[in-house]
Write a protein that binds this ligand. Structure first.
Ligand SMILES: Cc1ncc(COP(=O)(O)O)c(C=O)c1O
Length: 444
């Protein structure tokens, strides 16, 4: 439906009166639970058939990925290469969201008696998806909340130290700043190269910064300014050997990387599945390793919190927007149908191609490592002599491609960031490169 500027004025929804709209929503066959279920079943059937046909080596822009992208609802040829800020929900997730909200509209009793039981299923699905146990999974609202839960919940004393990288997101910094002001803890920022040359460079930098007062390393898994994927496994091994905890801000990790918490070995990990996983905004994930749960107090509590002996203790948050949680489960199902490994491979193939071509453009400096172990679907770079904001505007106007600027001029991290999620094609990456080459050639 086209946007109707008179909606507010007429109290109408595209020409429908409010009463008609509610009638349409409740009774309309397009929104009936049965038809939404049917639509979802058709999507999964189509993915299943594709998987049977293309076992592994699907062509870059072949039928497999063309078919997958049809399960997204983009309008007007939008090429969304900034899902690092906000990603789209694929159709089944949106359908499920409507279904759940419809339940609240039509039968609130069913909504509160049925959905909470469904929520436990999502915890199990999530645990399986990230290589954890259900007792280690907390369903939060977003990464920021998860980071706050950890910083706030640890008993740190004046003078205790927390190590951050110099490239953290405010959602991972401010919670520690608050603690610094309230309790006198010390924050130390650890720098490394742009981009770092190796895993060792990063691990060594943190190892050198550890003192007897260091209690925790709080670092992005997916650095939003540079696209670096930090080597959590190696960092955790080093930190644990010194009795230091590790908290990872993985806002972008869920849905971008094939994750396994046990392999990473970290203590705490927070993510925002509305970026890469296709979940709606308003639902997040926090992993808390079983062995460290006793060290953490919950931040928000209501009745029952002290009866739980596991991650559920961090989730007595009062009434929730349950529809979002059920939709998160659908997003997991959608990704699982395609395959986590296949998705990571696709995302990294697109990013690898982008980096290879960017390197050929005069004046481009990559801020993201080329090593696929240290990088994922976020590619950041600067371009000498060209106005970065103009690049953002130009590709938007000419190709309907959305990208963004990131970083800071003072810190030397200022540049562009391009996300390459699974629904983007190599042809679209080429369009972006065409635009960039044009601007570089004309020194705009
Ligand atoms: C690395 C990183 N951490 C934290 C956040 C904050 O995410 P949220 O607002 O979902 O909590 C973002 C958002 O872009 C991010 O990129």
């Amino acid at each position: 439906m086209a946007y109707n500027p008179d909606i507010k004025k007429n109290n109408n929804f595209n020409g429908l009166s409010r009463r008609d709209f509610v009638r349409y929503l409740i009774g309309g066959s397009a929104f009936s639970v049965a038809s939404l279920n049917k639509l979802n079943a058709a999507v999964y059937q189509s993915i299943l058939s594709l998987n049977q046909k293309y076992i592994k080596d699907e062509a870059p822009d072949g039928l497999y990925w063309q078919a997958i992208r049809k399960h997204f609802l983009f309008k007007d040829g939008l090429i969304m290469m900034n899902n690092g800020t906000l990603g789209p929900m694929p159709k089944p997730v949106f359908n499920t969201l409507i279904k759940c909200f419809k339940l609240q509209v039509t039968n609130p009793y069913k909504c509160y008696s049925f959905i909470p039981r469904k929520k436990e299923e999502i915890r199990y699905k999530l645990a399986e998806f990230i290589g954890a146990t259900p007792e280690e999974v907390v369903i939060t609202r977003n990464t920021t909340e998860g980071m706050n839960f950890v910083a706030n919940g640890l008993d740190l004393k004046e003078g205790d130290e927390v190590l951050l990288s110099t490239l953290e997101h405010p959602g991972g910094i401010q919670t520690w700043k608050l603690k610094e002001r309230r309790f006198g803890i010390k924050i130390k920022e650890v720098p490394f190269g742009l981009p770092p040359k190796s895993v060792k460079e990063i691990v060594d930098a943190f190892e050198k910064a550890i003192t007897p007062r260091t209690k925790i390393i709080s670092i992005s898994h997916t650095i939003y300014i540079t696209g670096l994927i930090t080597p959590l496994k190696e960092l955790s091994q080093m930190a644990h050997a010194k009795g230091v905890l590790v908290l990872a801000d993985s806002a972008h990790g869920l849905g971008m990387l094939n994750l396994n918490m046990k392999e990473l070995g970290i203590d705490f990990w927070a993510s925002s599945p509305y970026k890469w996983l296709g979940a709606p905004t308003g639902v997040g994930v926090l992993y808390i390793r079983r062995e460290v749960q006793d060290k953490l107090w919950p931040t928000i509590v209501t009745g029952g919190w002290d009866r739980y002996k596991d991650s559920r203790k961090f989730e007595t948050l009062g009434q929730r927007a349950d529809a979002l949680i059920i939709a998160l489960g659908e997003a997991l199902d959608f990704q699982k149908a395609i395959g986590k490994e296949r998705i990571e491979r696709r995302i990294k193939a697109l990013a690898g191609y982008l980096k290879k071509e960017l390197k050929k453009i005069p004046g481009v400096k990559l801020h993201t490592p080329e090593d696929p172990y240290l990088s994922g679907g976020l590619t950041a770079f600067s371009v000498e002599g060209v106005d970065h904001k103009k690049i953002v505007n130009y590709v938007r106007e000419k190709y309907n491609i959305v990208i963004r600027t990131v970083g800071s001029k003072e810190k030397g991290t200022y540049g562009l960031r391009v996300s390459t999620p699974l629904y983007v094609s190599f042809k679209e990456v080429d369009l972006f490169l065409e635009g960039l080459r044009h601007l570089v050639a004309h020194k705009v």
